[in-house]
Ligand binder design. Structure first.
Ligand SMILES: NC(=O)c1ccc[n+]([C@@H]2O[C@H](COP(=O)([O-])OP(=O)(O)OC[C@H]3O[C@@H](n4cnc5c(N)ncnc54)[C@H](O)[C@@H]3O)[C@@H](O)[C@H]2O)c1
Length: 264
């Protein structure tokens, strides 16, 4: 028996990175998974999800469009008859120097990362309540707690997710829906591969700086975030709501210098 046996989970951003790892982990734990993304998943990878969860389905939509969110959720309800868990892992990164940042870039990031979670949650309440209640897990970021250089729209969107998460917990917990968020550190996914894969030049210097942001002096893996999401979505977290689980290899705990002054 898996930890999610009998559950139905809707995972956004399921075609890549953290969402794809979560879809796989949830399927392996016995959940029926409905994936949602603007892009199609890698066929071989999604086949592995279906091998664990034969009822799995994949739906193409943008979380930034209310019409597309409504249509995809209607499809999922028709197919699965509601769901227990919503995982909001769809997202984009971006930004730049303040004075040259275009309005369109600001709107793109905020509409996917923040409005997208609002829209997904709004249209998921009824299908979750139809199953007798359940839970929502929103993926924010350490950037929602501390900011990096030139990341104003991304950091603002993720700070928004942290607070939206609390607000949704206030509105939904008494109706039987727990709402929690996860703040990952830098995770090796396609979103950040320009940095994590850099071997020379300014991006390689940035890579070293980002590695050193983590007390563990390494990047995280998508599966390490999927593990945290699994806990929050499972019945093991039955008394957890409105919380922000930081899974960041120690990034936000504090800094060690590059030189050990008094030893370990
Ligand atoms: N990778 C990191 O270091 C990191 C750190 C902290 C937080 N996060 C957050 O984790 C989440 C997942 O990121 P990831 O690293 O797996 O990135 P990723 O790029 O590998 O995956 C993101 C997925 O979201 C999908 N997506 C983008 N726009 C969409 C839209 N409008 N509608 C539906 N789907 C859309 C993409 O197609 C992609 O499949 C994001 O919210 C991201 O901000 C990532």
């Amino acid at each position: 028996m898996g930890r999610l046996s009998g559950k139905i989970a809707l995972v956004t951003g399921a075609a890549s990175g953290i969402g794809a790892a979560t879809a796989q982990r949830f399927a392996d734990e016995g959940a029926a998974v409905a994936g949602l993304d603007v892009q199609q998943p890698d066929a071989t990878r999604w086949k592995r999800v279906e091998e664990s969860a034969p009822a799995a389905s994949f739906h193409t939509a943008s979380v930034a469009s209310e019409a597309q969110v409504e249509a995809a959720i209607a499809e999922i309800v028709a197919r699965h008859g509601g769901f227990d868990t919503l995982i909001n892992a769809a997202g984009v990164v971006g930004g730049g120097a303040l004075e040259s940042l275009e309005e369109d870039e600001w709107d793109r990031i905020l509409s996917i990362n923040l409005k997208g979670i609002f829209l997904m949650c709004k249209h998921s309440v009824a299908p979750i309540l139809s199953r007798g209640g359940g839970s929502i897990v929103n993926i924010a970021s350490v950037e929602g707690l501390v900011a990096s250089e030139h990341s104003s729209p991304y950091a603002a969107s993720k700070g928004g997710v942290v607070q939206l998460n609390r607000s949704l917990a206030v509105d939904l917990t008494h109706r039987g829906i727990r709402v929690n968020s996860v703040c990952p550190g830098l995770i090796e996914t396609p979103m950040v591969e320009a940095v994590t894969g850099a071997t020379e030049g300014p991006l390689a210097a940035m890579k070293e700086q980002f590695v050193n942001n983590h007390l563990m002096r390494r990047f995280g893996q998508p599966e390490e975030i999927a593990n945290a999401i699994l806990f929050l979505a499972s019945d093991e977290a039955s008394f957890v709501t409105g919380s922000t689980l930081v899974v960041d290899g120690g990034w936000t705990a504090g800094r060690r210098g590059d030189v050990d002054l008094i030893g370990p």
